[in-house]
Design a protein around this ligand. Structure first.
Ligand code: WT7
Length: 654
């Protein structure tokens, strides 16, 4: 980023204070929030120590809170001993053995529930099975599973015996799986015969076989959960059915006392360059922040049914499916299938059927569902919902307002949670009983989380609405510990820019007059048009506020006069206009953006698509869009594209 700060011209002024009814029953009140913030300001380590003592069960107490000897490789609660699975399962099974831990709905509509006692039993049996296979503490286990309770059971079983899991999203190809198995040097892979998704069967075991073919793999065993019953190959030496491995196992298993810094998991995430990075998380520090943020942000009560729609293949599915909610003794819902299968009201039908009270999803899902019109959700009884959440990307105010009015019936607070794979748990989010929300803003950092916006030199940007680098100014317990096998890259990527002093999130953001954070997008998504810095999200937000536009992605493109021009990829309602046939649509949209944002933000090019190119996790493939906008050859890996057929549309040849 140049010396010039980013100009935010997003002009969103609406505010939604929490309702009296919600505030009165909220887990965190204004007084409590004040007290927490004050404690963290005055005695940072004391603040975290107190939370860790109150919220976690330690086999052995810690005497060190924060160890910064090897900064920026920080360590937390270093000499404490803990077990994550013990905290999630044993403690809660003692308290309420018959409370529902998981409500599961399969794609075919079948449902089942699992109590805390049953979950503990299943996890123990699998832990014992893994021990029989020779899995030891620190061994890596890759989990490549459908979105079924057994995915969580597998994660918890690893945590119980100190094996380090690495969940690979079931939508990834065998190539991606191979890279991750290799990088993590996994000893065991846990998979299923297949997954049901969108009415199809995804052959997970076949992909696993392919991933393990033709090289000397570190994998000794593949454990196969039977989900579909389709015929698959089982190799005698290597492969074993989950049901065979667990059938004679004891329901008791010892949860190992592990050092707080013991790696709980590795989760791969894409960087802007190079191969995926294995983000390594700890045990005690990670669980602390996953649990407390869950309780505070989602306002969990004993009677709640919490549904986070994320797959366990992503960090959201780790922190707010597998760990945070279970540590808090909550009832979670897990849904196996696609959001719109077999009909576009499936999500809302599930909310009605299981009386979901807390619902957490991504803006991309909200926009996709919004596209089907209000009629669909209006057919269902959504009256049990009392809080809504979003995560993953900035939410445009239009989608926010739709979520607020059509889904939340104007009575549910919306928690827009900013965080990353690297941060382990939420960092910026409204506390729903205290903070007034503004559509499109993730509001304020959580108590104990110290965040700032700085310029190129690392100095705080004081002026409201001026953009800069989003940074974390103090280490926090759930931060990543390193990149697996590449500590230099860890330091280079997150710390080197400001002399190892600030954690660089890679996002640009600004703070408004109320010190609310507005995320403008990744640093590399920032445009400089005629010397004016523009967040791509702002142009996108303007485009999608047009009544005919459903989704939009904007990238920069070199421009002779302006430095950088704006190239917009747009999905419209109804028939897709083509550039030749419909110059009118383009003219109208350009003028619309000029009206919404200013003439500077007028897209130079608009290309119409049926869908935006997204990874299977729903992230827009911006690097691909940039390459196309520049007319460059496509060198990106497009194997994760949901629909490779859209390449022609992207290139403007269809
Ligand atoms: C990046 C991290 C955290 C789980 C899902 C994504 C973007 C995330 C928000 C939000 C605006 C957001 C950021 C961040 N992001 N949440 N509420 N508002 N942007 O995890 O794949 O590690 O991606 O997602 O750009 O850096 P991830």
């Amino acid at each position: 980023m140049s010396e010039k700060t980013i100009e935010s011209i997003l002009n969103e002024k609406r505010q939604f204070p929490p309702s009296e009814t919600f505030s009165q029953q909220a887990n965190i009140t204004p007084t409590e929030l004040e007290a927490l913030k004050k404690h963290a300001e005055e005695d940072y380590q004391g603040y975290w120590a107190k939370l860790a003592q109150e919220n976690l069960y330690w086999f052995k107490d810690f005497s060190t809170v924060l160890d910064d000897t090897n900064a920026p490789n920080y360590q937390w609660f270093t000499d404490g001993e803990i077990n994550v699975s013990y905290n999630c399962l044993d403690l809660n099974a003692q308290k309420f053995p018959n409370k529902k831990a998981i409500i599961f709905e399969a794609e075919n509509g079948e449902t089942k529930t699992i109590t805390y006692q049953e979950l503990l039993d299943e996890v123990s049996k699998l832990s014992n099975g893994l021990l029989d296979l020779g899995v030891q503490a620190l061994d890596r286990v890759v989990i490549y599973m459908p979105m079924v309770p057994e995915a969580v059971i597998a994660m918890q079983a690893c945590a119980r015996i100190g094996a380090v899991h690495s969940v690979v999203f079931g939508g990834f190809s065998s190539n991606a799986l191979k890279d991750r198995i290799e990088d993590a040097a996994a000893k065991v892979v846990i998979t299923a015969d297949g997954a049901f998704r969108g009415g199809k069967i995804i052959p997970l075991k076949d992909s696993t076989d392919k991933a393990l073919e033709g090289w000397e793999t570190p994998v000794k065993n593949v454990v196969v959960f039977q989900r579909t019953g389709e015929p698959i190959n089982m190799s005698n030496q290597r492969d074993i059915w989950w049901h065979d491995l667990t059938k004679d196992q004891d329901r008791e298993s010892k949860a190992l006392a592990l050092n707080s810094e013991h790696p709980l998991f590795i989760l791969y995430t894409s960087g802007s360059t190079g191969k995926p990075k294995g983000i390594q998380h700890s045990s005690g520090g990670y669980l602390l922040h996953a649990k407390t943020t869950f309780q505070w942000i989602f306002d969990i009560k004993d009677s709640d049914v919490f549904w986070c729609t994320a797959d366990v293949g992503w960090i959201t599915g780790h922190s707010y499916v597998a760990y945070g909610p279970l540590a808090a003794g909550a009832t979670i819902l897990i849904y196996e299938g696609a959001p719109t299968y077999p009909h576009p009201g499936r999500f809302w039908e599930i909310c009605e059927r299981h009386k979901v009270t807390l619902f957490y999803t991504a803006p991309t899902a909200i926009r996709a569902l919004m596209k089907f019109g209000d009629n669909i959700p209006n057919q269902y009884d959504l009256s049990t919902l009392r809080l809504l959440g979003t995560v993953g990307e900035p939410i445009n105010p239009e989608a926010w307002m739709w979520y607020h009015s059509v889904i939340g019936k104007e009575k549910c607070p919306i928690v827009d949670t900013w965080w990353q794979t690297e941060t382990g748990a939420a960092m910026i989010s409204p506390l729903p009983g205290v903070i007034s929300t503004k559509p499109g803003s993730c509001t304020q950092s959580l108590p104990g989380i110290m965040m700032d916006i700085v310029d190129d030199r690392g100095n705080t940007v004081d002026q409201p609405n001026k953009g800069g680098y989003l940074v974390v100014t103090k280490p926090w317990p759930s931060m990543l510990r390193t990149i697996w096998g590449d500590n230099d890259r860890y330091i280079e990527t997150y710390w080197a820019k400001f002399n190892n002093r600030l954690y660089v999130a890679g996002d640009s953001a600004n703070q408004d007059e109320d010190e609310f954070f507005w995320i403008m997008g990744r640093i590399d998504d920032v445009l400089n048009v005629s010397g004016h810095r523009l967040g791509t999200m702002e142009v996108e937000s303007a485009l999608v506020s047009h009544p005919n536009v459903v989704e939009a992605a904007v990238v920069g493109k070199p421009h002779d006069i302006k430095g950088e021009g704006i190239f917009a990829f747009v999905v419209t309602k109804g028939e897709r206009p083509t550039e030749d046939k419909e110059p009118k649509a383009t003219k109208e949209l350009r003028n619309w953006v000029a009206e919404q944002v200013g003439p500077i933000a007028k897209p130079d090019d608009i290309r119409y698509l049926e869908n935006l190119p997204k990874t299977r996790s729903g992230k827009i493939m911006r690097r691909l869009l940039r390459a196309i906008a520049r007319g460059e050859e496509i060198t990106q890996d497009i194997s994760t594209l949901e629909d490779e057929g859209i390449i022609k549309q992207l290139q403007g040849t269809d």
